[in-house]
Structure formats: structure tokens, C-alpha cells
Ligand binder design. Structure first.
Ligand code: ADP
Ligand code: MG
Length: 208
């Protein structure tokens, strides 16, 4: 696997994420029907379809990620659009004008992504949200010390974090209205976060 993410890899990540959201539309919606309003798969699929239409040409990683943010904010209703939109907006800022990003920049990207979601959603780990996948992934990435090891570690950590949401009682978002009844279900947003991180690993490993 590569140790720097080029613009082509980032573009491929975004395209792969769009494919994965289309493939998992029914699954994400099914998860959201258990503890939410059965729209998360539709939201993410619609959002990423809009992302693909709006992707700019050129060799600027930050501009690509900012375009993801703008499309998600404008096309996805509900909680996930503004949350993922803010996540990509915050994380894109230090990458504007860069044609390639290495370990330090990607570690910062993960940290900024987490900070963006925390800021927008006023949530933290343990509340049964996307942060339960994103925070362990960001920590695992930084601890691994290289892009290739970091992305493998981030996927493992995000998957564990996603599964760890199953026994949790939601205290943020729509699922929190259910209280106790939100237990024993996997959080849809933690699941889409895992899929996004896995798509990044897959795009990077293809570029080996
Ligand atoms: P909505 O809940 O408005 O229908 P979605 O179904 O698209 O929006 O997204 C639901 C997901 O959003 C949840 O599974 C959860 O992971 C995430 N979420 C909701 N509220 C928050 C929050 N305050 N902070 C972080 N993530 C949140
Ligand atoms: Mg929903």
C-alpha cells in the first residue's frame, strides 16, 4: 500500500464511497428503521451521488474534500448531512492546495474530522453515534505511525467501534428518543463511518 495519498487516490476513495453507499443503501436504512426514521441509507446514497456530480477537476486534495462537504450539506437532510458535511469541511482546510498528503497530514485529517463532528453534533464517544467509529479510527491511525499500517488499523478500530455501539443506549440524535429501546441495535451512522474509512483503505491499497 502507498505511503502518500495522491489526488487520484482521494478521488478514487470518493468514488468507491459512492459505490459502497449505493450497495449498502438498504442495509443502512434497515439499521435506521430499528432506532431512527429509516432514511440513513437513502440520505448517504443521495448525498454521495450528488458528490460525484460536483467533483472538481484538478490536483487539489483539499478542494476535492471541500466539494464532498458542500454536496453533502446541500443534498442530505437529517443529521448525517450537516455532520459529515462539517466533518469534511473542517478536515479539508489544512489540505487546500495540496496535491498529495502523507502520514502527518492524514493523521491531522482524522483528528480534524472528529473535531468537526464533535463540534457540530455536541456529542462524544459512548453516545451511540458515528463518533464511536470515527474516534477509535483516528486514534488507531495516529498510533500506527505510517499511512499503510494506519489505514489498516483504522479499519479494524472503526469496525470494532461500530459493533461496540450495539449494546449502547443512545444519548444523542433521533435514537436517543427511544432510551432503553435503542439498545441491541447497531448505530447506522457508526456503520456509514466504518464504510467510509474502509473505502479509503481500499482506495489506498489498490494504489500500492
Ligand atoms: P436523522 O437522524 O436526522 O434521520 P440520519 O438517519 O441520516 O439522520 O443519521 C443518523 C445518524 O447520525 C445516527 O445513526 C448517528 O450516528 C448520527 N448522529 C445523530 N446525531 C448525532 C450527533 N449529535 N453527533 C454525532 N452523530 C450523530
Ligand atoms: Mg434517520
Amino acid at each position: 500500500m502507498t505511503d502518500a495519498l495522491t489526488c487520484d487516490i482521494v478521488r478514487n476513495w470518493i468514488c468507491k464511497t459512492a459505490e459502497v453507499m449505493a450497495e449498502n443503501r438498504a442495509y443502512l436504512t434497515e439499521l435506521d428503521s430499528a432506532i431512527g426514521d429509516a432514511d440513513h441509507g437513502n440520505n448517504m446514497d443521495r448525498g454521495y451521488k450528488a458528490v460525484i456530480e460536483k467533483l472538481p477537476d484538478g490536483d487539489d486534495v483539499g478542494a476535492l474534500l471541500k466539494a464532498v462537504s458542500m454536496a453533502l450539506i446541500s443534498k442530505v437532510g437529517g443529521a448525517a448531512g450537516p455532520l459529515y458535511g462539517t466533518m469534511f469541511l473542517q478536515a479539508s482546510k489544512p489540505l487546500m492546495g495540496k496535491s498529495e498528503i502523507g502520514f502527518d497530514e492524514l493523521a491531522q485529517f482524522f483528528d480534524d474530522a472528529v473535531a468537526g463532528v464533535k463540534m457540530r453534533g455536541k456529542a462524544d464517544v459512548g453516545m451511540k453515534t458515528m463518533l464511536d467509529a470515527l474516534v477509535p479510527a483516528a486514534e488507531a491511525f495516529r498510533a500506527a505511525g505510517s499511512v499503510s499500517d494506519g489505514l489498516e488499523a483504522a479499519v479494524v478500530a472503526a469496525e470494532k467501534g461500530m459493533k461496540d455501539t450495539i449494546p449502547m443506549i443512545a444519548t444523542k440524535g433521533r435514537a436517543s428518543y427511544l432510551g432503553e429501546r435503542s439498545r441491541d441495535h447497531q448505530d447506522p451512522g457508526a456503520t456509514s463511518s466504518y464504510l467510509i474509512i474502509k473505502a479509503l483503505r481500499d482506495a489506498a491499497s489498490e494504489a500500492a
